[in-house]
Each structure stands twice: as structure tokens, then as C-alpha cells.
Design a protein around this ligand. Structure first.
Ligand code: C5P
Length: 287
């Protein structure tokens, strides 16, 4: 049997870190949005063993790949640990960009396998499983617009992002998530986002109110690469964005636009300057 599934990327509309936890993780407060930029997965339930194959050479094919881990965990959970599976990943979400590409692939594997086996696990069981695989996998499983708290795995629905176009830009470098968390731990966080104000603006459909409150605490970390992040934000604002912010631990930055012509021309300009840029739309719940 062959099944297909899309793995949509996420963006953090804002990102706050509120505490370092005894388990080494951090408590987060993150309004998140699923976007149309996606990887495409083909799952073949055949043979023995679980392997992944990708259009990118450096994406691991074994258990270092979250998609393989998700499949193994799911098949064990439903009592079919011997089931063979080949996962073909057509990656379009840039790796190391803070858009949750690996988490989205793992979440897509969970959705696709649960459908293929006749939905033996309910939404809650599937979400719990996702939370064990990685902090962002639960959000990538459900999708839409959500407030993610805890490690990122505790989700509550938010009003949708007011209608807008999104331009996503990624510079040539990637940023390692654990490395940036370590840097964040070395100095107190000087400024926190106004998450309540942001959510109130979303509830009122007030895009400028949302754009004034886009903020990511990682942008203030002592790291030379943040200079490039600020340049990209400046480029997006010069190109007509109402607001711009880094997503997750970077290195991708997105801007929110209302004007179609400005969206397209800014995207073209950013692609030439930084290597990767695309336009995207907000996407509703996936499960
Ligand atoms: O959960 P996940 O494997 O995606 O997390 C990757 C790394 O990011 C963790 O090992 C940890 O260093 C950091 N992290 C954190 N607090 C979170 C989420 C991730 O410190 N809430």
C-alpha cells in the first residue's frame, strides 16, 4: 500500500521563553501558525525495516530522522512493530530554518499511518505520541493557529491570523536549536513579547496590531548571525512588510504583507540576496 501526505511548515508569530525547567527544557509561550510551504511524503508499507529516503543527500535515512522515529513509535503503539515501511521525503522546507521541517515530517508520518491503518488512535492519543517524539511535533500534527506552551507540546486554539500574504526568507546559514537555547541561558532575557496583546489583536482581526507585536526572544541572543537576521527583517520592511520576525531558533525570517505586488517583488529581491525566499499562505487545522 502507498500513501501520500503533505508536511506543512510552521512559523512562530511570536516566541517567548519563560523559564528553564528542571528537565533541561524551557517553558515556552508561542502563538504558532501552519503555512503552505510543505515537504511531500510518500509512504510505502512494504518489506521489512523502516527507512527514509530524501531528495537532500544529508537527510539521515535511519533513526536520526524524526520521521523514522515517529513511524517506529506509531507501529509499536498499534502492535505492528514488524511492519516494513519506506518513507520518501521530498524536502522543500529548508533544513535548520526554525520552520519545524523535521517535526512536520514526523507529524505527517503519524497522520498518514493512522489513516492507512483505519484510525486506530484518536486525536488525543496521537497528540500524546507526537509530544514524545519532539517538542514541535504535536503542533505540526494538528496545525492551524495555536498557542503552544510547556515544551511546545501543550496546545490551545487561537483565532486565525488576519488575512495576509507571507514572505519567508532563509540566509545561507542554519542555526542549531540546542546551541541557541544554550546561548539564551547565558544572559537574562531583557524583553518579552506582549503575547496577550498579540492574541487580542488576532481576535479583532487587526493585522497592524499583530505586526506591531511580532517578537522572538532569540533575536536578542548574543550571536553574530543575528546581524544578518536584522538585515533580512529590514529588507522585508523596506519591501512593504507590515512586520517581520525570525521564526523559532532561525535562521528563517518571515514578513507579513497585504499588497500582492509588493509580496511578489520583495520575495524575488530577497531570493537573489539571500538564496532562499518563498511566498506562503496561512493554513487551517490538518487533523
Ligand atoms: O524536543 P526537541 O527534540 O525538538 O528539542 C530539541 C532541543 O531543543 C532540546 O534538546 C533542547 O536543547 C531544546 N529545547 C528546549 N526547550 C524546549 C524545546 C527544545 O530547551 N521547550
Amino acid at each position: 500500500m502507498t500513501v501520500y501526505e503533505k508536511a506543512c511548515a510552521k512559523i512562530n508569530i511570536s516566541l517567548d521563553v519563560t523559564a528553564k525547567r528542571p528537565d533541561g527544557y524551557h517553558d515556552m509561550v508561542m502563538p504558532m501558525q501552519t503555512v503552505s510551504l510543505c515537504d511531500e511524503l510518500t509512504l510505502r508499507l512494504e518489506g521489512s525495516g523502516i527507512r527514509a529516503r530524501s531528495n537532500l543527500r544529508y537527510v539521515p535515512s535511519d533513526d536520526r530522522n524524526l520521521a523514522v522515529r515517529a513511524a517506529r513509535r506509531y507501529l509499536t503503539e498499534i502492535g505492528k512493530p514488524e511492519q516494513g515501511l519506506q518513507i520518501e521525503l521530498h524536502k522543500k522546507i529548508p533544513v535548520g530554518s526554525g520552520m519545524g521541517g523535521g517535526s512536520a515530517d514526523a507529524a505527517a508520518v503519524l497522520r498518514a499511518l493512522n489513516r492507512a491503518f483505519g484510525e486506530p488512535l484518536g486525536r488525543e492519543q496521537l497528540t500524546a505520541l507526537a509530544g514524545e517524539i519532539g517538542s514541535d511535533v504535536a503542533f505540526c500534527l494538528i496545525g492551524g493557529t495555536m498557542l503552544a506552551t510547556g515544551r511546545g507540546e501543550v496546545l490551545s486554539p487561537l483565532p486565525p491570523l488576519p488575512p495576509c500574504r507571507i514572505v519567508i526568507v532563509k540566509p545561507g546559514f542554519s542555526i542549531s536549536t540546542p546551541e541557541l537555547f544554550q546561548k539564551l541561558d547565558r544572559a537574562p532575557i531583557r524583553c518579552h513579547p506582549d503575547t496577550d496583546g498579540l492574541i487580542a489583536a488576532m481576535r479583532q482581526g487587526d493585522l497592524s496590531g499583530v505586526c506591531r507585536r511580532l517578537y522572538n526572544v532569540f533575536e536578542d541572543v548574543d550571536d553574530r548571525r543575528m546581524r544578518t537576521i536584522r538585515q533580512i527583517k529590514g529588507g522585508l520592511l523596506d519591501g512593504g512588510a507590515l512586520g517581520a520576525v525570525m521564526t523559532g531558533t532561525g535562521s528563517a525570517v518571515f514578513g507579513l504583507f497585504t499588497d500582492d505586488a509588493a509580496t511578489e517583488s520583495c520575495c524575488e529581491k530577497m531570493k537573489k540576496e539571500y538564496g532562499f525566499a518563498c511566498t506562503a499562505e496561512a493554513v487551517g487545522e490538518l487533523l
